[in-house]
Design a protein around this ligand. Sequence first.
Ligand code: S3P
Length: 440
Amino acid sequence: MVDGRPMTHWRVEPGGVISGQLPIPGDKSISHRAVILGALAEGVTTVKGLLESEDVLATITAFRQMGVSIEGPEAGSLTIHGVGLHGLTPPETALDMGNSGTAMRLLAGVLCGQNFKTTLVGDSSLMRRPMTRVAEPLGRMGARISTAEGGFPPVVIKPTNTLKAVDEQLAVASAQVKSAILLAGLYAEGITRVTEPAVTRNHTEKMLAGFGMEIDQRGLETELEPEGSLEPCDLVIPADLSSAAFFIVGAVISPGSDLLLEGVGINPTREGVITILRQMGASISILNQRLSGGEVLADLRVRSTPLKGVKIAKELVSLAIDEFPILAIAAALADGETEISGAEELRVKESDRLSAITTGLKAIGIQVEERPDGLLITGGPIRGGRVNSFGDHRIAMAFAIAALGAENLIEIENCANVTTSFPGFVGLAAHAGLRIRVVR
Ligand code: S3P
C-alpha cells in the first residue's frame, strides 16, 4: 500500500490505434473551484460534469467537515447548499487534502478568512510540496498562517479579526497562489491586486465573476473588490484538456488514428499543449467552438501525423504546465531535438517531473539531457522497458501512451495515484485502443 492505495502496476503491449469518440472527464481545476465557490455562495449551486476524482473528493469532504451540505457526486452531478462567506463551521479534525496542491493552496486562501483554527495535511507527495508561496502573501494580508519547517505542510491557520487587501507581485507563475490570494481577498478590506510574472489559468477569476463578484483582469494584473455575497450558480464543467492531452498525443503518434473529443475546455490560459503540438506538426482541428459559463470549449479532431522536434518558447510553459509529461512522449517520437526551458516549476509538482521524465525516457531507450530548468529530448525509437511513475498520475499516464509508439512492452510501476485526476483512465484507454492491463 502507498498512501492507503494498493500498489498498482500497468503492462502496456506495444502498438494500437486511437480512434473513435472518447468521453473525457470534467476539468479538475474548474471542479475544485465549483465546490469552493458553491460552498461559499448564499444558496444552492448545481454542478454538472464534475470530475469525480480523489482530488476533487478531498475538497468536497473538507467543506462537508466545515458544515456544508453537499449532495452527490453522482454521474458528475453535485448539489451544494452554500452557507455564505461567513457560514463555515470549525472542522473536528485536520483537513486532509490527499494528493492535491490545488485543494491545499486554494483552501488556505479561504481559511485565512475564517474565525476558527484549521490544519491542512496531505499524502506523502503533498507533504513535500512548497507552501511558503501561499503562506507569505497570505501573511502579508494579516493571516496567521504557518507551515512546518522548510515551508512544507501541515499548514496551520489561526483566526484573525481582519484581513487587509494587498497589492501582490507574484514571484512564481502560479494560478494556485494567485487564486489563494484572490479567495482571501473575498474577506479583506479594500481592493486586492495580484500581478503575475506570466499568464496562468484564470478559472478562479472567471468563476468569481460568474458568482457575481466584481473582478477586473487586464493582462497580467487582476483586481478584486469584494462587495456583497457570492450568488449561487448552475455550472456545467467542460472536459479537462489536461486529461484529453494523453489521448490527443496518443492519436498523433499512432499511425491510422482519427479521434474526436467533444466539449473540451480550451481556455486560452490553458491551451499551450495544442499550440506546442501544432508547432511540432500535429493535426488538431478545433471544431464547434462555444462559450459555457465564461469558459471556451470546443470539439477536437486529431489525426496521426509525423512530428518534428521544436524549441518550446518559455512563454508557453505556464500555459501547458501540466502537459510536459505527455509532451515529452511526443518529443521522444518526433524527428530531431525538442528543447524545454524555463520550466523549473516542474520540479515541485506531484513529483519532480523533470527528473521523473528523464528517468522514464532513459528507461525506454530515449536520449535525454536533464537541465536545471528543462530538458533536451532527442527523438528516436522507443525500445520499451520498465518505468517508475514515482507515484505521479501524469507520469504514469504519459508512459502508458508511449507504448502506442514503442517496439516492446512498457511496464509502469506505482500507478494507483491516477485516481487523483483520471479514475477511469485504464478503461477508457483500453476502449480507445491501448493494449493496457492492470497488474497488482
Ligand atoms: C492548478 C494550477 C497549476 C497546475 C495544477 C492545477 C490550478 O499549478 O499545475 O495542476 O487548478 O490552479 P500552479 O498554478 O501552482 O502552477
